[in-house]
Design a protein around this ligand. Structure first.
Ligand code: ADP
Length: 243
């Protein structure tokens, strides 16, 4: 399994942000991780990426326990955090070289990899600019490039298309689909259309618990739209059904 979570729980004070979550994602699958605001999506993703420690339960990525074998697990993961924090004063190439150096890449191998990834995510024409000069869509490409720099097996994308205009949205979705061809991807989103266009499976959580874990086809088998399925399972409208 590329991602394996078993009885994962995170407690903040007296509140359970996630409550005994369990799921497995096999290699190569693209999975939508859905839920209303506050459901526990970011918490789960932060535990998977090693940014946060679970209160109990286990999580492994590419066979490595995220707590006990954190370095190997981290090397298997590319992570695009929510709001894509980037160094706006850095040049695109400089930033990606920095990102690669964090994985001990250096010299010609690093330069070649940066050139390759710039090409792959469609940043060639913008690669001489500072990140702060780029549009939001291009910044997301930089975020994806940094997530992919070490050619990880697993990609974890936290709301990768939030705030993009319709054109940028379509482009970033296509890019995720393309790079996801030979990777395992888990992505959180509020946009049901996005789940239908990119993902084969959806895990829906509400109040820290899984309320559905099925293929998109199965979820929609009663003839409902994904918006209707989401509303029925969570009792909430998804926040961004305008895209
Ligand atoms: P989502 O990503 O689905 O919107 P989060 O994982 O961010 O949900 O949050 C899950 C729950 O945990 C929410 O109720 C949130 O308020 C709470 N929470 C998240 N981070 C913290 C924190 N650092 N301290 C206390 N509560 C938190």
């Amino acid at each position: 399994m590329s991602i394996s979570i078993h009885n994962l729980t995170k407690v903040y004070g007296s509140q359970k942000a996630i409550d005994s979550l369990s799921f497995d994602i096999p290699k190569g699958q693209i999975v939508g991780f859905l839920g209303p605001n506050g459901a526990g999506k970011s918490t789960t993703m932060k535990i998977l990426t090693g940014y946060l420690e679970a209160t109990s339960g286990t999580a492994s990525v590419n066979g490595f326990d995220v707590q006990k074998e954190d370095m190997q697990a981290k090397n298997s993961i590319g992570y695009l955090p929510e709001h894509n924090p980037l160094y706006l004063e850095m040049y695109v190439k400089e930033f990606l070289e920095f990102a690669g150096s964090l994985y001990k890449m250096k010299g010609a191998a690093l330069k070649n990899r940066v050139a390759e990834i710039i090409e792959q995510v469609g940043l060639s024409r913008e690669s001489h600019k500072k990140i702060g000069q780029l549009s939001k869509g291009y910044r997301q490409r930089v975020g994806l490039a940094q997530a992919l720099i070490h050619d990880p097996e697993v990609l974890i994308l936290d709301e990768p298309t939030t705030g993009l205009d319709p054109n940028q949205l379509a482009e970033i979705r296509a890019l995720i689909k393309e790079v996801g061809k030979d990777k395992t991807v888990i992505l959180s989103t509020h946009i049901m259309q996005e789940v239908e266009s990119i993902c084969e499976r959806a895990i829906i959580i509400n109040l820290g618990k899984i309320v559905a874990d099925k293929s998109i086809k199965e979820l929609k088998s009663a003839g409902q739209s994904m918006e209707e399925v989401f509303r029925e399972l969570t009792g909430k409208h998804n926040e961004a059904n305008n895209a």
